[in-house]
Design a protein around this ligand. Structure first.
Ligand code: ATP
Length: 238
């Protein structure tokens, strides 16, 4: 079933057009990689879905409802969680306090308590260190914490901006194993902005390649990541 559809959206920052008629669909339980060179519009796409930037053209539907034009809070309440680039944790708060911040405006406190248990079962390192300050965590553990915090809102869809940035390869493997596990166990749908097509190839799923604010290519991640068409679109040669 289609969970998200982005139809022909255009986003401008002043005179600069960051997205020019970008479209995509995302089915429930699917992983979609959004790849492409710097400045292609990947983060802008994510922010447009989240309602943080407003498209000047096109429309976005989530769970069958039009969300373009709605506030970020409304969109979050409908089940969309965003993990922005940069892994911002509140360093002077404990890990558990950071996770509880993710509950936000959520009404169902019993379910939130169950979700906290779920987050701890997926990330045992957060459980064992729950009373420590988040600032003491390693980069990889902080990435787990921000993903855990996003899960505390009880989302259907999580969008993550560059989860591997600045992490060691082994740690990136752990992060991705966890993301796949989340899809397989709780049916989470994932939109992942990732510069590395290789990572998309290793993980599988679907992939789009953005270039100059447009979706230049779309297909199966494993097939597309190995294709000459990708090299051509990415680097301008084949
Ligand atoms: P990167 O991989 O470098 O993060 P990206 O594919 O995520 O790039 P965006 O961050 O979406 O690309 O940027 C798309 C274009 O919009 C770029 O030319 C960028 O300079 C511009 N841009 C992004 N944010 C703003 C902003 N707040 N104000 C003005 N221009 C912006």
């Amino acid at each position: 079933m289609t969970l998200l559809s982005v139809n022909d959206i255009t986003v401008r920052y002043g005179r600069l057009t960051a997205l020019r008629g970008a479209s995509l669909t995302l089915n429930e339980g699917e992983i979609l990689f959004v790849t492409g060179p710097n400045g292609a519009g990947k983060s802008t796409l994510m922010k447009a879905i989240a309602g943080v930037v407003k498209p000047v053209g096109g429309s976005i539907a989530f769970r069958g409802e039009t969300i373009s034009g709605r506030s970020p809070e409304d969109i979050a309440r409908m089940g969309f969680s965003m993990v922005p680039e940069g892994r911002e944790v509140f360093g002077s708060l404990t890990i558990e306090e950071n996770l509880r911040l993710g509950i936000g405006m959520r009404a169902d406190r019993d379910q939130a308590a169950r979700d906290l248990e779920m987050v701890y079962s997926i990330f045992p390192v957060l459980l064992s260190r729950r009373h420590q300050h988040a600032g003491a965590l390693s980069g990889g553990q902080q990435q787990m914490l921000v993903i855990g915090r996003a899960l505390m809102a009880g989302p259907k869809l999580i969008a993550i901006d560059e989860p591997s940035l600045g992490l060691a390869p082994k740690v990136i493997d752990d992060v991705y194993q966890t993301l796949v596990k989340l899809r397989d166990t709780i049916g989470l749908t994932l939109l992942i902005v990732e510069q590395s097509a290789t990572r998309a190839k290793l993980t599988g799923g679907r992939m789009i390649l953005m270039r100059s604010g447009e979706v230049a290519l779309e297909g199966d991640a494993r097939e597309l990541a190995s294709s000459d068409a990708l090299k051509q679109a990415y680097f301008g040669y084949g």
